[in-house]
Design a protein around this ligand. Structure first.
Ligand code: SF4
Ligand code: SF4
Length: 231
């Protein structure tokens, strides 16, 4: 729960925190330490992630699991420097967007079939707030599917000293100094692209030829795919 539910007091605390973050250099120091320790990993990941994305026989589920593993390795390095702790769950009350292939993988691992969705949900479609917890959040504020949680959750590292900026108080969510995990998010998006093989007539030669059609995957919030959680 938040340090204070008084919106004004919270806004003041958030403003003061950002002033501190922008002036004391801690964030830069911490990120530099992590980046330096992560260099050998990132070199290996760049190569592995490329290999995984372009692998022709690996299933999409196995590719996503390989990405999870890569992000967890970074997480091991980041963990001592983050505000993230077991039982801290403000982020589990915000949108958690998951491509359908990842929802299916989670479903297979936990033995629950995800709801079939169509279309793409965006962050603005899902209400953030303590009234709307992820359906996998347990009564103690812990994730009940921790080893099968999606990349959206695995890659979230608040690099601040505590969870103040993650608190959902007031109308607008605060900016949070999350670690930059863009490469891994992009890799997931590329892995989840829907590729269908088809045959079509070449208008110039009149011959039939194979064609790969790529389209964006269905994306939904974890609550939409699993409205009853593990139930
Ligand atoms: S991202 Fe924020 S809310 Fe989530 S575990 Fe880390 S500090 Fe807590
Ligand atoms: S899957 Fe787990 S970590 Fe992710 S939002 Fe839900 S309860 Fe939180």
């Amino acid at each position: 729960m938040p340090i204070t539910e008084d919106v004004t007091a919270h806004d003041v605390a958030v403003r003061e925190r950002w002033t501190l973050i922008e002036s004391d250099g801690r964030l830069q120091r911490v990120v530099a330490i992590i980046n330096e320790r992560a260099i050998p990993l990132k070199v290996r990941h760049d190569e592995r992630v490329n290999r995984v994305i372009n692998h022709t026989t690996m299933t999409t589920g196995a590719k996503i699991e390989a990405l999870w593993e890569a992000v967890d390795e970074i997480g091991e390095i980041a963990k001592p420097h983050t505000a993230c702790r077991k039982g801290c769950s403000h982020c589990c009350h915000t949108p958690v967007l998951v491509p359908v292939q990842e929802a299916e993988l989670i479903g297979r691992r936990i033995g629950v079939k995800p709801v079939k969705l169509t279309g793409i949900s965006g962050r603005d479609d899902i209400e953030a707030g303590y009234h709307n917890p992820c359906t996998f959040l347990d009564a103690h504020g812990a994730c009940s599917i921790y080893s099968s949680r999606p990349l959206a959750c695995r890659q979230l590292f608040n690099m601040d000293r505590d969870a103040l900026l993650c608190e959902l108080v007031g109308e607008t969510a605060s900016k949070v100094p999350y670690m930059n995990m863009f490469d891994y998010q992009t890799a997931l998006a590329m892995t989840a692209i829907d590729r269908r093989e088809s045959v079509e007539r070449n208008p110039r030669t009149g011959r039939m030829q194979p064609r790969t059609v790529e389209s964006a995957p269905v994306v939904g919030d974890i609550r939409e795919f699993f409205p009853r959680g593990k139930g």
